[in-house]
Design a protein around this ligand. Structure first.
Ligand code: FAD
Length: 325
C-alpha cells in the first residue's frame, strides 16, 4: 500500500526546486518507478513534487549547432519515435524503443529513466542492504544471476537505464537545476559508482533535478545502435546490452564509444573495446577483438558468468552490423 504523503504540483522550475529542497521530498515525473519504490518502502516521502505543471519541460528542440535539446519530461515513447532522434541519434532511438513495455514508455520520461532506482531484488526487497544504509551487499554471496560483472565495489547492482548508455555513447549532457542555479554535467559523469558512494546513484544534490538533456550534433560519418538481450522478449531490463556510436571514414573507425548496460553499477564505458577499434577497419576481426577487450577484467559472481559470452557475442554482432557493405 502507498504510504501517506503530501502531493504538490508547482507551476515553475523555481517553485519545484523550493519544494524539492524540503526534507524527504521526492520528484514525480511519470511515476512508473517512483510509485513502486514508495509502495514497496524502498524509501519514504513526506511530499511528492510533481513536474507535470511546469511549462517547457516536454519539448524537443533543435540547438543552434545541429544538436537536440530534450526536456526532462519528454516521454520515452516520443524519444523513440521522433524522426530527428531516429535519423541522427540512432543509439538513443533504439534504446528508448526497448525500455519496458509500450504502456510504460508512454508514461515514463527521459529524465526519470536516467534517475530511476536500481532493480536489485535485495535493494527492492526487505533487506537492509549497503545501498539502503546497511552494512553489506546481500547479492555478493546470494542470488546474483542478474548482478554486475564489472565495476562492483561493495555493491553489485547493475544500472537499470537503457537510455543512459546510449546518451553516454552520444556524448550527451544533462542540465541540472537546483537551489544554487544551473550546471551542466556530461551524462558520463552523472552516475555515481559504488567505489565513490554506494548509497547514491547520481550526482544530484538535495533540491536538484535534471531539467534537460542536450545531444551535441553528431560528427559526419557517425553510425550507431543500441541492443539489449533480456530474459523476456515482451519487456525486461538488460541482461547484457551495448550502445555504440562510431565515426567512420569509409570502413575505417575514426572514433568509437562503446557503452555497456547490464554490466556494472553505472553505464560502463568499455574503453578497451574503443581502443581496439580506433584506426582499424571495421570487420569481423576488429569486432571480435573489441568484444574480447570489452569484458577483459570482468569479475563475474557465482551465478552470472553466463554474461561474459553473452556480452562478447552481442558486441561483436552489433559492431559487424555497422560495417559498411
Ligand atoms: C515493469 C517495469 C519495467 C521496466 N523496464 C525498464 C527497462 O527495460 N528499461 C529501462 O530503462 N527502464 C525500465 N523501467 C524503469 C522506469 O519506469 C522507466 O525507465 C521510466 O522511464 C522512468 O521514468 P518516470 O518518468 O516514470 O520516472 P519516475 O518514476 O517519475 O521517477 C523515477 C526516479 O527518478 C526521479 N526523477 C524523475 N525525474 C527526474 C528529474 N527530471 N530529475 C531528477 N530526478 C528525477 C524520481 O524522483 C524517482 O526517484 C521499468 C519499470 C517498470 C515498472
Amino acid at each position: 500500500m502507498l504510504p501517506n504523503f503530501a502531493y504538490v504540483r508547482p507551476t515553475s522550475l523555481d517553485e519545484t526546486i523550493e519544494q524539492l529542497s524540503k526534507p524527504e521530498a521526492r520528484l514525480h515525473a511519470g511515476g512508473t518507478d517512483l510509485l513502486g519504490c514508495l509502495r514497496d518502502q524502498v524509501f519514504a516521502a513526506s511530499s511528492v513534487v510533481s513536474l507535470s505543471s511546469v511549462p517547457g519541460l516536454d519539448a524537443i528542440e533543435e540547438t543552434a549547432d545541429g544538436g537536440l535539446r530534450l526536456g526532462a519530461l519528454v516521454r520515452v515513447a516520443r524519444v523513440a519515435a521522433d524522426p530527428r532522434v531516429r535519423s541522427r541519434f540512432r543509439a538513443l532511438a533504439d534504446a528508448a524503443a526497448v525500455v519496458a513495455s509500450p504502456q510504460l514508455r508512454a508514461q515514463g520520461t527521459i529524465g526519470g529513466n536516467l534517475c530511476q532506482k536500481p532493480r536489485c531484488w535485495y535493494y527492492r526487497g526487505e533487506f537492509h542492504c549497503l545501498r539502503k544504509g546497511g552494512e553489506q551487499c546481500f547479492a555478493v554471496r546470494g542470488e546474483n544471476h542478474f548482478h554486475c560483472v564489472l565495476g562492483g565495489d561493495g555493491c553489485y547492482i547493475v544500472h537499470p537505464s537503457d537510455t543512459a548508455p546510449a546518451l553516454i555513447a552520444l556524448e550527451a549532457l544533462a542540465r541540472i537545476s537546483g537551489p544554487a542555479g544551473s550546471r551542466v554535467v556530461a551524462i558520463e559523469k552523472f552516475h555515481v559508482p559504488p567505489s565513490v558512494d554506494p548509497r547514491r546513484e547520481t550526482v544530484l544534490e538535495p533540491g536538484e533535478l535534471v531539467s534537460e538533456i542536450v545531444l551535441p550534433a553528431p560528427a559526419a560519418g557517425t553510425v550507431g545502435s543500441y541492443r539489449k538481450v533480456r530474459a523476456r522478449g515482451s519487456w525486461d531490463f538488460a541482461l547484457a546490452g551495448v550502445a555504440l556510436a562510431l565515426v567512420l571514414d569509409g570502413s575505417r573507425v575514426k572514433q568509437a564509444r562503446v557503452v555497456l548496460s547490464g554490466a556494472a553499477p553505472m553505464p560502463w564505458r568499455a574503453r578497451g573495446a574503443e581502443d581496439a577499434l580506433v584506426g582499424r577497419r571495421l570487420d569481423a576481426r576488429s569486432a571480435a577483438a573489441a568484444a574480447e577487450a570489452a569484458v577483459a577484467g570482468a569479475e563475474p559472481l557465482e551465478h552470472n558468468g553466463y554474461k561474459l559470452p553473452l556480452f562478447k557475442g552481442l558486441i561483436a554482432e552489433q559492431l559487424e552490423a555497422l560495417a559498411p557493405r
